[in-house]
Design a protein around this ligand. Structure first.
Ligand SMILES: NC(=O)c1ccc[n+]([C@@H]2O[C@H](COP(=O)([O-])OP(=O)(O)OC[C@H]3O[C@@H](n4cnc5c(N)ncnc54)[C@H](OP(=O)(O)O)[C@@H]3O)[C@@H](O)[C@H]2O)c1
Length: 329
């Protein structure tokens, strides 16, 4: 997805670490230390693991999920150059414990949902496919909100078919269409929910005020906004979600197309035997128990690395030190 399109504001990170960090990561499949370091270990007292979160109170998922958008072709358009690889990545994500898979009808468009069904259907027990509707794609890298109710109703039907599902566990309104009152868009989703086509409804790129307004029309169980260690523009939405027990699915959790950068964070990660991506994901998981990161990759190696981040342990002090580091100019 084109980062520019979303008006992304990347903060620069600089400076050194104020205190020594102690990190240990175990690889997902075993107990080997990532860099063979005999680092001091602190079991995190808080949310810094892949513990479950119950979406809508009845849909338990491991908090570290997988975003499938990067599996499509260039510009999030068409089929991937290596389709077999894309299928392998999806299957491996589930093997490694990602049971919240995020997609959208707009990814491809359509090809992402089709790939998910091809790779994973019949879906293993507990796998939650979260899709979205409400954006059309005039061409590669182009995204246009479209929220009129009739359009959304047929989006739901088409996603059901592509995903080979009888009911979509989590359906997210990809964008609030500024040309359509949100109550009308959400009304279409509510209707689909009443018809048993959707279990839960989520929103994307929204402010607390917009969530409050939406909740007057329909229960909202998740919010998906851009958020990562170096981009906290939506902090107020995260705070709102925490207060209300709404799942927060940060997109671009490892920095999106541009990745995660920053000398100080790089040094901290390297110094302690993890990558900056793992550090960023561990920081997110630790940030809040409603945090449901959905890192995306088309690389099996990156996937393994990202999923191993769920095992990175941070004490409260370590987390604070990393947090302060990321906030430096
Ligand atoms: N709601 C929305 O509006 C919205 C917008 C955008 C995305 N999303 C969702 O959020 C998910 C994640 O967002 P995103 O893909 O934009 O951002 P992201 O997950 O932060 O970053 C993905 C990018 O980082 C690279 N990457 C991932 N892991 C890496 C690693 N360990 N080392 C080095 N590079 C790594 C990937 O390249 P490689 O393929 O080379 O690994 C890819 O280019 C998407 O899949 C999609 O489901 C939602």
């Amino acid at each position: 997805m084109n980062d520019e399109l979303f008006g992304i504001n990347h903060e620069r990170i600089g400076g050194g670490m104020s205190r020594r960090l102690f990190l240990r990561a175990t690889l997902a499949g075993g107990a080997s230390l990532l860099a063979g370091r005999a680092a001091t270990l602190f079991a995190a007292a808080s949310a810094n693991d892949n513990s479950a979160f119950s979406i809508g109170g009845d849909l338990p998922v491991n908090r570290l999920g997988f975003g499938a958008m990067r599996l499509t072709g260039e510009g999030i358009w068409g089929w991937p150059p290596d389709r077999e690889n894309a299928l392998k990545v999806l299957r491996r994500a589930v093997e490694l414990g990602a049971n919240l898979i995020d997609t959208a009808d707009a990814y491809g468009p359509e090809t992402d949902e089709l790939l998910i069904a091809e790779a994973l259907y019949p879906y293993p027990k507990g796998v939650v496919i979260a899709t979205k509707g409400g954006q059309i794609r005039p061409g590669p890298g182009e995204w246009v909100p479209k929220g009129d109710p009739e359009y959304l109703k047929q989006c739901v039907d088409k996603s059901l078919k592509r995903l080979k599902l009888e009911r979509i566990d989590l359906y997210q309104l990809h964008r609030i269409d500024p040309k359509v009152p949100m109550e009308e868009s959400l009304g279409a989703l509510k209707e689909a929910q009443s018809a048993g086509k959707i279990r839960h409804i989520g929103l994307s790129e929204v402010s607390p005020e917009q969530i409050e307004r939406a909740r007057k029309a329909v229960p909202i169980v998740t919010v998906q906004n851009r958020y990562n260690i170096t981009d906290r523009k939506w902090e107020n939405t995260l705070t709102y979600c925490e207060k209300e027990g709404i799942g927060f699915m940060p997109w671009a959790p490892v920095g999106g197309q541009r990745g995660l950068t920053g000398d100080a964070l790089e040094r901290a990660a390297k110094d302690h035997g993890v990558t900056i991506y793992q550090l960023g994901l561990a920081w997110l998981l630790h940030r809040s128990s409603v945090m449901l990161p959905i890192p995306g990759t088309s690389s099996l190696a990156h996937l393994e690395q990202n999923m191993a981040a769920a095992k990175v342990k941070l004490s409260a002090d370590e987390w604070k030190a990393i947090d302060a580091l990321a906030g430096q100019a």
